[in-house]
Design a protein around this ligand. Structure first.
Ligand SMILES: *[C@@H]1O[C@H](CO)[C@@H](O)[C@H](O)[C@H]1NC(C)=O
Ligand SMILES: *[C@@H]1O[C@H](CO)[C@@H](O)[C@H](O)[C@H]1NC(C)=O
Ligand SMILES: *[C@@H]1O[C@H](CO)[C@@H](O)[C@H](O)[C@H]1NC(C)=O
Ligand SMILES: *[C@@H]1O[C@H](CO)[C@@H](O)[C@H](O)[C@H]1NC(C)=O
Length: 468
């Protein structure tokens, strides 16, 4: 823990009998000034000055200066406590303690001897802010503590975080948002003293919580941050997609600080989780993880079927919950490839209508509560190229499938008709052939019968005649 200490107020005065008792509040680590001033200037220089501290019932010298001018101080505290001698001329014998620690708190006595004798008693109360334990892993518990030594019931202790008062007196589930400087403020009627403590939270320092969203245009590369603090057990970092059956993109690549998708595609959107294990009390460490969302953006165009009509460009985001407005800009390129963007329209709607004369590059810039969140560009081309682009939409796919189906139907009908014609022709040819066959067989039979008759008939009359 590195405490940064601030002193705001110093002294509270009690009038008590002959000697004046003062109370000094000081933050641990800063310079304490224990006042001992001879307001009446009754003591003349040179004088003897004795500063001692009450330890139990015993007074122990902290610093002393004899009439001779010799200075004494305990060896142990040598550099920290002293009375700046030049002040003596102004009758100021205050003790300065540098780098005050909580153990320096207690009752101090200043005794100045000149023509008369002055005794002052100062109670030094040291305030220290701390966390117990001082370094924690995300999700564990720690407690802020504000010590005042010596303690006193006459103070009010409050805590501030980022300049705002907070009532949290114990942190049961520490997050990265809790990390940083905590201020303990000690107040009594007169003084306000602040002491600070730096709470260090081990885990994932960026993003700080599960609400981060990254935007990326289709085709661009995107980096999802996941930055671990020290204390990470090496080789325990993993990345997952959450709530999506799709695996990590093929171009997904991670190193310690972030993961990169080289070429974002439709479908890469969704929740991603990075996790790693931090060294802790347990041997296997404590797992910390962060969820983040990737929103994929693209410009869609749709034209009226009549062709030459206006075209609607839509700035499409896979999740537009955090988008408050859209801005459309023209992108032009000068010599040297210098890009110039010209705002055209800023709307709550994600659409713009453009016509052919606006061909060229368009940019959609989207805004959230905090300002610009990102942009996506689109090359608006005329006619042919545009139609090609349109073919990618599912509506046109259906049209294409239906067209092809119709074509097949026509071809089928034509082929079927041809087949039928062929069949009919074949039938016509088939039957005449059968007729001839029947005809032939009958004539043959007749001939045979006739010749048989000729044979059986006796050759009457002419014996020389030959019967065939
Ligand atoms: C601790 O806080 C985180 C983030 O705020 C939350 O997801 C988690 O459920 C909390 N754990 C407990 C035990 O409350
Ligand atoms: C990531 O996925 C792997 C395997 O699918 C699983 O073992 C692991 O627990 C997951 N990690 C997180 C942080 O979801
Ligand atoms: C850009 O143009 C300027 C003159 O307008 C020229 O001096 C410069 O060299 C050019 N830069 C490049 C990278 O071509
Ligand atoms: C568009 O976005 C890119 C990356 O997010 C950024 O570098 C660039 O400056 C933006 N351009 C404009 C004109 O806003």
């Amino acid at each position: 823990m590195t405490p940064f200490m601030v002193v705001l107020g110093l002294a509270l005065v009690f009038e008590g009998g002959q000697c004046v008792e003062r109370e000094v509040f000081v933050a641990h680590g800063s310079v304490a000034v224990l006042p001992c001033v001879d307001e009446s200037s009754a003591l003349s220089f040179p004088t003897a000055v004795y500063w001692s501290r009450m330890t139990g019932d015993v007074l122990k010298t902290v610093w002393r200066r004899e009439k001779s001018g010799l200075e004494f101080r305990p060896v142990r505290d040598q550099p920290r406590a002293n009375c700046p001698v030049p002040n003596f001329g102004k009758s100021d014998y205050s003790l300065h303690i540098a780098g005050t620690t909580i153990e320096d708190g207690g009752k101090y006595v200043c005794e100045v001897v000149g023509k008369t004798k002055m005794v002052k008693v100062v109670v030094l109360r040291v305030i220290r802010a701390s966390f117990s334990p001082a370094v924690v892993v995300e999700g564990s518990r720690t407690e802020p503590m504000c010590d005042v030594n010596p303690t006193t019931p006459f103070v009010r202790v409050t805590w501030k975080r980022n300049g705002h008062f907070t009532s949290r007196t114990s942190l049961s589930n520490v997050s990265q948002r809790d990390a940083g400087i905590w201020t303990c403020q000690v107040t009594n009627n007169i003084v306000v003293v602040e002491a600070t403590a730096d709470l260090q939270v081990k885990g994932i320092s960026n993003p700080q919580d599960d609400s981060s969203v990254s935007y990326a245009a289709v085709g661009s590369s995107v980096s999802l941050p996941c930055m671990f603090t020290d204390g990470l057990i090496s080789n325990t970092v993993t990345w997952n997609r959450t709530g999506s059956p799709r695996p990590l993109s093929a171009s997904f690549d991670w190193s310690l600080g972030s993961a990169t998708i080289q070429r974002v595609e439709d479908g890469d959107e969704g929740m991603y989780t990075c996790s790693g294990r931090m060294k802790g009390l347990k041997r296997e460490g404590i797992t910390v993880q962060r969820r983040m969302e990737l929103v994929v953006t693209r410009v869609l165009s749709s034209s009226a079927s009549s062709g030459n009509g206006p075209v609607t460009l839509t700035c499409h985001l896979s999740n537009s919950d955090q988008i408050t407005s859209y801005e459309w800009l023209r992108v032009t390129y000068g010599p040297n490839d210098t890009q110039t963007v010209t705002p055209v329209q800023k709307t709550k709607s994600s659409r713009i209508q453009v016509t052919e004369k606006h061909a060229g590059e368009w940019m959609c810039r989207y805004y959230g509560e905090q300002g610009v969140l990102g942009n996506v560009t689109y090359e608006f081309q005329i006619m042919g190229a545009l139609k090609n682009e349109n073919n990618k939409s599912p509506g046109n796919k259906i049209a294409m499938v239906m067209g092809l189906g119709f074509l097949f139907l026509v071809v089928f009908l034509v082929l079927f008709q041809m087949y039928r014609n062929y069949r009919r022709k074949k039938m016509i040819l088939l039957y005449p052939a059968m007729e001839t066959i029947v005809h032939q067989t009958t004539t043959e039979r007749e001939q045979r019968q006739r010749s048989k008759a000729k044979m059986t008939e006796p050759c009457v009359g002419d014996p020389k005649s030959v019967c065939v």
